[in-house]
Design a protein around this ligand. Structure first.
Ligand code: ATP
Length: 341
């Protein structure tokens, strides 16, 4: 009997080609479109595209409405994190709870041994690895998925390049339109800017004080949620000639503290809520403290679900709330959430 794979189908080119490749490899493939966020008009278009893709590949498409779960596990934490003066990472939460949480539950329900997505990432069933196409690598956002499910995951695009996937779709009669669709934005539920979105839920635009490191008021800002650590624009510093950067954010007082670039330099970082793919408690590795930054060498000590990092070189602008992800070369060995830097 053929082995069954459930493919997460978003209506985009990547998941369409993923389902096609798996079908060609001889699997019994079924697709799932999940209604995640509640952006008006979004699902009508994307569900129809996913259906078109499923019809082309010749597979069944299931649809699940997970808007409530998404709101509770991803969207509300996104709002709350900004309100706490921190910088959220909704994609990592969505991957753990929805794409590799609810979706694996659904795979169980339909008797599918495997779950596949069009993410650019690789796995050997034990670890995750950065994708071969480093312009598209999404491994950073998958660091928080449950370790137990790794043997059940398939990522057919991990060894391919996005441009080849688009070319392949363009060359297949019936799939040409998928190759020319706009790339999805970094946070799928943000239409314009995150502050525009936040405005519907919390008071974003409240003018506040800019302080120097001694606590003197030196200028004005637009409201603390407009800023992340390391930002250098959008606030005034009276009489300043050099650029100033946000060093810390105080949500209770609606204040931001600013300083020079060198004041941002950080060598020590503390993480909690770890998700590790191996059991070492003290090791040398490299860490990415943001998406699209180079991984820096560090030493890690783990005690009671808290990781203490000593960086070998300074990093500028480490934001509380963001994910810190460990890599031994391209092997992802785990990570956690930044609570102090
Ligand atoms: N609404 C959804 N329902 C089911 N699966 C989804 C959904 N959104 C994303 N996925 C799965 O997660 C993968 C990565 O999602 P991402 O949002 O990063 O899309 P992408 O890189 O633009 O891929 P695609 O071209 O398939 O949209 C998709 O390829 C798909 O397998």
């Amino acid at each position: 009997m053929k082995e069954k794979v459930l493919v997460g189908m978003s209506g985009g080119v990547d998941s369409t080609i993923t389902s096609l490749l798996l079908k060609e490899q001889g699997y019994e493939v079924e697709g799932l479109y999940m209604k995640l966020h509640s952006k008006p008009g979004y699902h009508e278009i994307h569900q129809a595209r996913a259906q078109k893709a499923a019809d082309f590949v010749g597979i069944k498409l299931h649809v699940l409405d997970l808007q409530e779960t998404f709101n509770e596990k991803v969207f509300q934490p996104f709002i709350d994190t900004y309100a706490e003066g921190k910088t959220p990472n909704p994609c990592a939460l969505c991957n753990r709870n929805l794409k590799f949480g609810e979706m694996i539950k659904f795979a169980d329900e339909i008797g599918a041994q495997y779950l596949a997505t069009g993410h650019y990432i690789k796995t050997d069933g034990e670890y995750l690895y950065a994708a071969d196409d480093d312009t598209k690598d999404q491994s950073y956002f998958l660091f928080y998925i449950n370790r137990e499910i790794l043997p059940r995951l398939k990522f057919p695009l991990g060894e391919r390049h996005k441009k080849d996937i688009k070319e392949l779709a363009a060359s297949i009669k019936g799939l040409e339109s998928f190759s020319s669709q706009a790339e999805s934005s970094e946070i799928c539920f943000v239409e314009t800017t995150y502050t525009d979105l936040l405005k519907d839920y919390v008071k974003v635009d409240q003018v506040g004080e800019v302080l120097d490191q001694e606590g003197n008021v030196v200028g004005e800002h637009k409201g603390y949620m407009h800023y992340t650590i390391g930002k250098r624009k959008g606030f005034t510093v009276h009489g300043a000639h050099d650029p100033h950067f946000v060093l810390s954010i105080n949500p209770e007082k609606n204040q931001i503290v600013v300083g020079k670039k060198e004041d941002l330099a950080c060598y020590d970082v503390k993480l909690n809520n770890l998700n590790m793919f191996d059991d070492r408690k003290e090791f040398d590795t490299t860490v990415k403290l943001r998406y699209r930054t180079k991984a820096v060498k560090c030493n890690v000590k783990i005690e009671n679900d808290v990781a203490y990092l000593k960086l070998e070189e300074s990093v500028f602008g480490v934001a509380v709330g963001q994910a810190a992800v460990f890599y031994d070369d391209d092997k992802l060995i785990g990570g956690g959430w930044i609570i102090e830097s």
